[in-house]
Design a protein around this ligand. Structure first.
Ligand SMILES: NC(=O)c1ccc[n+]([C@@H]2O[C@H](COP(=O)([O-])OP(=O)(O)OC[C@H]3O[C@@H](n4cnc5c(N)ncnc54)[C@H](OP(=O)(O)O)[C@@H]3O)[C@@H](O)[C@H]2O)c1
Length: 245
């Protein structure tokens, strides 16, 4: 019997990193599929523009910083207050500083560790607390990177944060599966977003044409959520056909 795709109509999904790139594309695709989205990121103006685009009935902006456990608890609380519940969380917010281990300042490395690793912990913990309180099960999707599976020169600390996300995800899967909570990690190769452009590339750089598109990663995230509840995808590594692994 073929597996049936889950309908996400009315499903409530909190998405961090929703002000640009993968998070923004994911919010759009989710609303296209009938879901309600709760949008987290620091740039409130961008979140409000996205709410205008998606419709206030479908989207809510909750500006905040993933480095703050309180802000992440507020993101989840806002979802429950506005839409009555939380079904899924997409922990996408992140940043990268590239260069040799001795090149970056203490502050730059601390910011990256706090944003990518601690920020994911605060986001995921807030959501799991809510899933447990509601005894509802739920979905946790973490956006890590292929850097979290292999690592690479000039991205040691970035890769460490991404390995950390993969470790968090795999461990959490073992901890919460029995409660009906699915934990998935998406590991994309380079994606054509502001993040990639910040990585020494400029808009229009032909190398970016070979990258994944943010909509590709959004597709993976939504596909994971649409799986029948008897299935789970713990890890999805993704590349464009032009990217060498
Ligand atoms: N692009 C790639 O090549 C690539 C490849 C593999 C994995 N990834 C991962 O994909 C995720 C999304 O990146 P992207 O490519 O979509 O880049 P992006 O367009 O730069 O988006 C990053 C998002 O993270 C948010 N963010 C950053 N720091 C934050 C903080 N302290 N608090 C709250 N939000 C914060 C940003 O919002 P504000 O600035 O408004 O707060 C923005 O919405 C990241 O985790 C990244 O590591 C990217």
């Amino acid at each position: 019997m073929p597996a049936e795709t889950r309908d996400l109509s009315g499903s409530v999904v909190a998405v961090t990193g929703a002000s640009s790139g993968i998070g923004q594309a994911t919010a759009r695709l989710l609303v296209e599929g009938g879901a309600k989205v709760v949008l987290g990121a620091r740039r409130a103006d961008r979140l409000e523009s996205l709410v205008d685009e998606l419709g206030a009935d479908n989207a809510l902006a909750v500006p905040g910083d993933v480095r703050s456990p309180e802000d992440q608890a507020a993101l989840v609380a806002a979802a429950v207050e506005r839409f009555g519940r939380l079904d899924s969380v997409v922990a996408d917010a992140g940043m990268g500083i590239y260069g040799g281990i001795t090149d970056a300042s203490d502050e730059e490395l601390r910011t990256m560790l706090e944003t990518n690793l601690e920020g994911t912990v605060w986001t995921v913990r807030a959501a799991v607390r809510q899933f447990r309180a509601a005894a509802s099960g739920g979905d946790v999707v973490i956006v890590a990177s292929v850097a979290g599976l292999r690592g690479g020169a000039d991205e040691a600390v970035y890769a460490a944060t991404k390995f950390g996300q993969v470790g968090l995800s795999g461990s959490l899967d073992r901890e919460v599966r029995a409660e009906g909570i699915r934990v998935s990690t998406i590991c994309p190769a380079g994606v054509k977003t502001e993040f990639a452009i910040g990585d020494g590339r400029t808009e229009g750089d032909p190398a970016l044409d070979d990258y994944l598109h943010p909509e590709d990663v959004a597709f993976a995230i939504v596909t994971v959520l649409q799986q029948p509840r008897r299935l789970r995808t713990t890890l999805w590594e993704m590349w464009s056909m032009k990217q060498s692994s």
